[in-house]
Design a protein around this ligand. Sequence first.
Ligand code: PMP
Length: 639
Amino acid sequence: MTLYSMKMRASRTENGKSEHISGAERILPESALIENAGAMIDRALHHAKGRADYIQVKIEEARTEEIGYVEALPVSTVETENAEEGRKAIISLLRKIGIENGDAVLRKFHETYNMRGAMLLDVDTLERLEPDPARGIRATYMDAEHGENRAACTVKNHFQEAIVLASKVSSAPHILAEICVSDDPGYVTGYVASKKTGYVRITRLKEKDDPNGGRIFLYRGSRNDVPKTIAYLEKKKILVKNAPASPSSMPSADPWRVLAEDIRRRKDSGLYRTIKTLESAQSAHVRAKGHSLLMLASNSYLGLIDHPRVKRAAAEAVQRFGGGSGGSRLTTGSLPIHDELESAISRFKGTEATLLFGTGYMANVGILSALGRKDAIIFSDELNHASIIDGCRLARARTVIYRHADMRDLEAKIRAVRPSFGVIVADAVFSMDGDVAPLPEIIALAKKYGLLSMVDEAHATGVIGKTGRGLAEHFGLKEKPDVVMGTLSKALASEGGFVSGRQLLIDYLRNTARSFIFSTSQSPATLAAAKEALAILEEEPERVARLQENTRAFVDALAENGVETSSESAIVPIIVGDEWRALQAANQLYDEGIFLSAIRYPTVAKGSARLRAAMMATHTEDELRAAAAKIAAVLQRLM
Ligand code: PMP
């Protein structure tokens, strides 16, 4: 079978300087080329480091007789607590390989910083052997050996890639060992690899936030053989057999250590999540740890969670129907109140029919996995909510990501694939930025290409449009998207998700959406609370106007204090950038009586951490102005 070497390199030019974004390589059969090329390009265009503006994909034939096979090095782990312990671990491993001057070798390590390739070091004389020291040696042309079936695995696997590289390098003539430290400031684990020791991960080789890293190949042999070694590293095509795909697929891995390491990495990079518990109902002011706080992070946009009518309706439903629903909707779990709420939502949204789900998350997962049939393509905005992303992942359809709210990009992508069945899906209000999807254009494109249009109105229902009916009302459109998804968990002060649209759509989803079919239906209290909140919203549209005025007042007040933001909804993103700074700002504001969320990677892209303020109709303008001044002061202090 003929194989192909495929390489991708992506970069981005900023202020005249080209920055490496992502690189990848595989050795693949022809049948896997297209899919892998697509995945590589997709990665380059949606990378946490930024969007590549230059992508090169190179494909070369690799004839069978050119390919060498080596066995993957066995993997083990040495736990270290700090960089000094890591250094000692390297020196001790080198000693096992017969290298006594590990200390002197490591003193050369700083020379590798900023090199794209590796240093080739004569381990005895400590002379550098690379022909071009600025470039270094680049070990390439390698992949894990996959059977026919696994060749289509398009996900980048850093763990396996590192083992493949180390296994190739260790098999090169005259190479005794490799030392590698990542240049990712958040990644402190590195390794020493050699035929003698195997691939030894060292859990901590540098301090957090240290952007320095590099690679040394340790050479022992005659100068005459150096070109042969370099040719092997840079040109010889190698497939590595039995390379483990993850630390947990290694037979001797301690599963608790794998989890503990993951958590430590999160803590090191300011991404560890904890829970804050409230001791009161969620309204404009809440109590936590005995203190009163101004709530600027709630999704209860209309402040209806503790409205007396909502509470009474829930209590009465419990009195009448009890605690739970006892089954899924298609078995024993349907009560009159389910039907009543579905009808009320259909009326409110101006659609033929509605179907309820346990949560908004389940609604998205259920709708998209059901509409995303095998023959379909889902076109999804790059900033869509995680529940949409997960729905796309569960769908058998292929997902094509389009640039945020970029209709030219969307149309180009539709034209490129011309699906026979497909869905365009977007958050109506984007949950981390507060901007709205360009619905008129989305509907027009859906019509033009015979696709379904879908919006997630989680943050739109009760929030945008004159009477809170959502995105179509916001744009003054008579025409609705084909699939209107929403949640009962935000302005509607309860929990649950829904989808509204044509009767045909609802009939289809009732029969195919697995998160609807295979999960217990909502409980009486939940349904009654949502139904009453919806009734209040319809009776008192002035609450929506109040919410919209509050957002304007808050954005203006921030601007008066030197913090520029904008919002088309009730979500006001205050971009901070650095993860730690966002976290510190949220913590300091918490101590000063303001509850705000610090939103960080992976919810938003790395380096775009933010404070996410959410307005409520029940805030007063005075308290929002005072909060804006405090936020500005805290950000100023943390500059
Ligand atoms: N879609 C969006 C845009 C959301 O923000 C959320 C919740 N954060 C959901 C869906 C999921 O809704 P729920 O919380 O009701 O599961």
